[in-house]
Design a protein around this ligand. Sequence first.
Ligand code: MG
Length: 403
Amino acid sequence: MDTLVLKFGGTSVGSTDRISTVAEIVKDASKEAFPVVVVSAMSGETDRLIELAHLFSSEPDKREFDALISTGEKVSASLVAIALNQLGLKAKSFSAAQVGLKTTAQFSRAKILDLNKEIIINTISDGYIPVITGFQGITDSGDTTTLGRGGTDTTAVAIAASIQAMRCDIYTDVDGIYTTDPRIVPEAKKLDSISMEEMLELAGQGAKVIQTRAVEFANKYEVPVRVLSSFEPGSGTMILKEEEGMEDAIIKGIASQKDQTKFTLHGVVDTPGIASGILSPVSDEGIEVDVIVQNVSVSGKTDFTFTVATEDRQEVEKVLKDKMTGISYDELIVDESIGKVSLVGVGMRSHAGIASTAFNALADAKINIQMISTSEIKITIVIDVNQLEDAVKTLHKAFNLDK
Ligand code: MG
C-alpha cells in the first residue's frame, strides 16, 4: 500500500480558509497515494497556551504544562478531519495517545520511542484518512508529553518511517529551502534538492524550516522528505540521500542563530576529565551544547567555553551550580550577546581553503571572530550578535550563493 505523509504547519492551518485549502491539497494527494495527515496547532495557538501557563508561574508544573500546550494540535486535527468530510472524503482525527505514540518522559523535550502503525494502516484499510496530532506523545504511564517547538515535523517523519511511506511532504509558508534566510539576504536562492546531511547541519544551526530531529529521523530511516508551500503551487525542495549528480556547490547554504549564550569557566584547574565533568551534567538534562572550546592551559589553568541556546541559560546555570562536581575554577562568565553563523556543504570534503575564504571575507567586513568549530561539511563561527546579519550577507556573497 503506497502511503504519503502530509504535514501541515501552524500557518498552513492558521484559519478556516487555510484549513479548507489543506483539505483540497489532501484530496489532490489522495490521487497519488493513501494520505496520512499530521498537523500542528493553528499558528499562534501554542504561544498563547504557553503565555497562559506563565500567567500563573514562571516555572509551571512540567506535566501540566505539556498537557496544556499539546491541546492546540487536537483542535486543528479535528478541524482538518471535518473539512475533509465536507469535501466528501472520509477522515478520522487521532491524538498521539490514540495511535500509541510513546515517548520518553522528558516533558517538553520528549523523544519518540514507538508508535502503533497498525492503527494507522487499519484506518486506511477501512477507507479513512487518518489526521494525527503532531508535537505530542504519551509516556508509558500515560502522561502527555511534547517534543519541543516545531516537533510536528518529527512526528510526521516518524510516522512516515514507521508506515514506510513513499515520502513525507512538509507543507509550510515558504516554498522550499533557501541558500540562506531570504529575510536577511533577498538574493537567496531556492534549492531544488539538498542532501540529508547538509539539511541536518543547516537545521541544527538555525535554519528553521524543519526541525533538526525530523531530519535525523529521515536520515536514519531513509524517508525522502519534501519541503513545500501550502500557499502557492510549486515543487519545493527535496531532501535526499546524497547522490551522484546532485548540485555539487561547495557551500550549499548558510544558517545563522541568535539567542545563543556563551558560558566561560575561567581559570579551571586543568586535570583529566574536566570536559566531561563540566558537560556531562548539562547533557544529562537533555540540554544541547554546541560550540565547545578549551584553551591551552597556562600554569595548570585553562578556560573552558561552550554555547547553548539562551532558553536553556537558567537551567545550565542551575546544573553547573548544583550538579557539577570536582571542578574548581575562578569565575563563570555568561555572555548573551553572541550569535552563530554556519557554512554548510558536502563539497567542503573535497575542497581546501573554504575556511580561509570565510575568514578573509569576515576580516574585510571588520567582523571579529570569537570562536570557530569545524566538521567535515560545516564551519561554525561565533561572533557578536549585532554583526550577525552582516556576516550572513558577507559570506553569502563571498561564496557566490546569489549567482
Ligand atoms: Mg513549525
